[in-house]
Design a protein around this ligand. Sequence first.
Ligand SMILES: [Zn+2]
Length: 571
Amino acid sequence: MYTDGRLTGDRLVAIIKCLIDLIDAPIEFSQHISYETWIAGFCMTLITFNHHELLLKVIDETTSLLIDYLFLTRTADNACQILFWFVRYDKRLQTFRSVVDHLANLFEKLKTIPNEELKTKLIELCQMGIVLHPEYDISNESILKQIIHSVPQPDLNILLNHKNFHSRLHSLNMENDQKIKNRVGISNLGNTCYVNSVLQALYQCGLFRKYVLEQRFDERVVLRELQLIFAELNLSKRAYINAVNFVRIARPTWFTVHEQQDCAEFLGYLLDTMKNEEKALSSNEIHRLFTIQTCQRNRCQRCSIESYREESSNYLFLPIPSSDRSQDNYNYNQSATPISVMKNGLKFYTASNGNSLTSSTLPLCDTAMNSLNLQTVFDCYFQKEELENENQYRCEHCRSLQNAERSIVLQTTPEYLILSLNRFEYDKQTNIFRKVFTKMNYPKLLNVHVYPPGAIPLLTKYNLLLIIVHTGYTLHGGHYYVYARDIKSSISESEEQNDEWFLLNDDLVTSSSYEAMMENCAQYTSATPYVLFYKRIGQQQTEETPQIHVRESLIRQMREDDSNYEREIEK
Ligand SMILES: [Zn+2]
């Protein structure tokens, strides 16, 4: 771009002017998806050409303005985003301090005009500021102390990696040579990490990827758009792509643009949409790959008559025990009534979606908090449950409420078993969903008992394929990213040395490992696995790395984009 290797004179002045104009006018730009990217781009340019002093000057001159913008509803989110970068970049204490000085007023305002996402961002900013400035004496800062002591530590790894200048630098294609082979990121269009995570997760399912890339979808708009994304993820030379059309087409109408959403809800909605589109093609593949068939059995204790209810779903919504941490604002269990209490004090809660299927009871088990295993939680879901007291069952035969015994069994084994952990419990008093941060182990191998109707029960084994992690404190805040595993041999349980793991975090794709994933989740309280995909251990060696015959028209389209891309980087 600048062949003489320097940035001076008019060009430098123009860049600084643009940067200040942008910061000065967040209202006009607030709905523009690439606002952040523009600001990051200009800042990066200054850093790349060693104009650190100038950037600090811009920071000094705009910080108080940005703090004013924090108090205005329309500009708060963007202002917070920029301040986050400034605090991150500015090694001097003053930028962080000026934010801290206004915290009390800001939190006061957030009480009257709640904005969970802004609150999360502010907490993250403070957590980061404290880490970056260990010299900062917080003993007199009551609000800061409250933040530190009342909420769990955020996932600073991700905080620093996801939002710092270096990741933007990567996004701006300046470090393109670091691209991991055959892996493509998806850029964040403003709180679209829930879509990006779901796309990467579905792409990770080899059999599904094969199906999508080989079919003709014509009028099936969502599948067709997904096919384009998959073709790009499969063939693009770019470090990352954008899914702007997909987001527009696939987003449920009730999802607000630019707001963080529940990725499990989106995943379920998307699978339903695709299954409907698939029906019109007389295909059953998506259904076969993902649908879970369960049967609920209720046995009335008065008349002993059993009733059955079959149900199909996209994922199992598993209740998880909540740690009983009654401190400050994070008193998780104050109002909700646990449906079961473990010996060591762990409590199970009913799911918040009103689905009675999920209100399974925990069997007696002595699992200590720190060694709680997903296998246990999974097995608990299928344990027998006594329906008594206010939970009594309405027996059709007795025509009244009766004590009953309930149990759920799996009737089919989908290729991909999706588990969603019920991490958000509803608090009746405050009318908000509180996050359950409970840590557990996520085994690479899951044992699943299946009871096909009219056939003998089977034990089926599943390999861990990927985990979507939610980091943050609220359902409509925080951030999602994916740890995905390339299963090299899908018939064996033990040959896992060759498996490759990736961290797919929006536009960033990095190599990772099972151990790194577990460490990340153990270290940071707010980083919690939320949706997990398990792959049934199959009959064929190459099941998860299938030969895919990508449609010719898609290949042509990708080659065209390659030449566009080459022209772009030449500029
Ligand atoms: Zn009865």
